[in-house]
Design a protein around this ligand. Structure first.
Ligand SMILES: C[S@@+](CC[C@H](N)C(=O)[O-])C[C@H]1O[C@@H](n2cnc3c(N)ncnc32)[C@H](O)[C@@H]1O
Length: 233
């Protein structure tokens, strides 16, 4: 079995290495098969992109991907759930982007399917990463918010399609153990560097005596979310 960490490999090969229900929560964002443009977000796509051609978005994952995902994970949150053949969801998640207007080619909101027996949720905060390295990068804040609601202390987290590593950075910041896969070597190298930089910054923070405060603050955040989820607030 693979150890916790981030791997430059096909997630189908990666998931095979793990026993049934090994992960408490999978938060995944597979290709939607909509041939995403690498100049997404530019005003009607006029400006040249800073990202390499998104060849990875030609096809959505095959049904075997979802079978394997549901085998290894107890719970799943699947971005782009509107593009895949999934069962009806009571608890879906909307990422509402208040900064997006109809003049840009970005969607004004995004949908994630979940298998949780909770009420539907909306992430409505404006959230932007300073460091953008991927055409379909989601903000670290969004992943932190998801982990705060849907994960509990000690959970093992899986991301099968890491991209920019926003998910893994959120896991690291909140003290969750994770496994992540990214097939594309270019994106793997870039995002691994981003992740390592984040970890180094946090170690420096710890060294300077701020670590326990941040860790405690994160834990209180998780505890608070768990309290409000279990008490239905
Ligand atoms: C929609 S993007 C993920 C974006 C990510 N959520 C983020 O915030 O940056 C999908 C990623 O999956 C990768 N990918 C495609 N097929 C894969 C596979 N079979 N195994 C692992 N990664 C794959 C692509 O290279 C791409 O970076």
């Amino acid at each position: 079995m693979l150890d916790f960490g981030y791997y430059n490999m096909d997630c189908m090969d990666g998931m095979k290495q793990f026993p049934d229900k090994y992960f408490d929560l999978a938060i995944v964002d597979p290709p939607y098969g909509i041939k995403v443009k690498n100049n997404m977000g530019r005003r009607h796509g006029t400006k040249k992109s800073e990202y390499p051609k998104a060849y990875w978005d030609k096809t959505a994952p095959p049904p075997e991907y979802f079978t394997e995902l549901f085998r290894v994970a107890k719970h799943s949150i699947i971005w782009g759930g509107n593009y895949f053949n999934l069962p009806p969801a009571k608890c879906f998640v909307i990422w509402d982007k208040p900064d997006k207007s109809e003049n840009v080619s970005f969607a004004m909101c995004e949908y994630a399917w979940t298998d949780f027996d909770m009420t539907a949720k909306i992430f409505r905060r404006y959230a932007k990463d300073d460091c953008r390295i991927h055409a379909t990068q989601k903000p670290v804040d969004l992943y932190e918010w998801l982990l705060g609601i849907f994960a509990k202390k000690g959970d093992r987290i899986l991301d099968t399609h890491v991209g920019s590593a926003s998910s893994l950075i959120a896991c690291h910041k909140m003290g969750f153990q994770y496994v992540g896969f990214e097939l594309d070597k270019y994106y793997f190298d870039l995002s691994n560097k981003r992740l390592e930089q984040e970890k180094a910054q946090m170690s420096l923070f710890d060294f300077m005596g701020g670590g326990s405060t941040e860790t405690e603050a994160r834990q209180s955040e998780i505890d608070l979310h768990m309290f409000s989820v279990s008490s239905g607030e």
